[in-house]
Design a binder for this molecule. Structure first.
Ligand SMILES: [Mg+2]
Length: 232
């Protein structure tokens, strides 16, 4: 690994040094526009209708609810939200599944990784019920060896406890592993654990501008990854 400067990290990827490819799902392979729209717009709209609230008021209430369990498994637990909000969020996922889709180039990237013989695992904070709606819609599961959700591990990815347990579950060597995520906290926890090859997905939503980080190598697509010279 070489670094041009602390503010512009560079990382030359040598795929011969990588056995395991660990990939985040939402915001890395799948367009996070769905999730952003779902939790920041549609659910507040439904909650407002249910309780006779203004949209802004409803959104403030829900945002406070989300924050109250941030970093805990409940944060992404769809059954928990169904109970707490009083709206069937799994059914609502299915209702809006036309908005679920791959980020540009993601399927090709997965095919290329298969072709060069890497073990591909999706490690997601998402709940199994949401994963199921998304794989049914996209066929994402057909492209990878395994999908591990945070509930199987017992922690969310941004928690230090996640990584040793995930390693135990999958049996990967962090020094020969690649991990890509759109969440800074998840990348930092992976770095602390010693995952050698870390890439930040800077274009998590088709509807938002890229959001590059300074301390990780950020990319806005997949094409620069396989030639070993990731660039924005
Ligand atoms: Mg993500």
């Amino acid at each position: 690994m070489t670094q041009d400067s602390p503010l512009h990290p560079r990382h030359v990827l040598n795929w011969d040094e990588i056995d395991d490819v660990l990939l985040d799902m939402d915001g890395t392979l799948l367009d996070r526009h769905f999730d952003n729209f779902f939790f920041e717009e549609e659910l507040p709209r439904r909650y407002a209708a249910l309780h006779g609230l203004q949209f802004e008021e409803s959104r403030d209430i829900l945002m406070a609810m989300y924050r109250s369990v941030e970093g805990e498994l409940a944060w992404t637990d769809l059954h928990y939200w169904t109970q707490r909000v009083g709206i069937d969020v799994v059914a609502l996922h299915r209702e809006l599944d036309h908005m679920i889709g791959f980020l540009p180039g993601a399927e090709e990237f997965l095919r290329d990784l298969r072709r060069i013989g890497k073990r591909i695992t999706i490690i997601t904070n998402a709940h199994e019920a949401g994963v199921s709606v998304k794989t049914t819609k996209t066929g994402l599961d057909q492209h990878v060896d395994r999908i591990v959700n945070a509930f199987e591990v017992g922690y969310l990815k941004m928690r230090p406890e996640y990584w040793p347990r995930c390693r135990q579950l999958l049996g990967f060597d962090p020094t020969r592993s690649f991990f890509m995520d759109d969440d800074e906290g998840c990348l930092m926890a992976a770095q602390q654990f010693g995952v050698a090859h870390l890439i930040h997905s800077a274009k998590s939503s088709s509807q938002l501008p890229p959001n590059p980080l300074t301390q990780f190598v950020s990319v806005t697509g997949f094409s620069s990854l396989l030639n070993g010279n990731p660039t924005i």
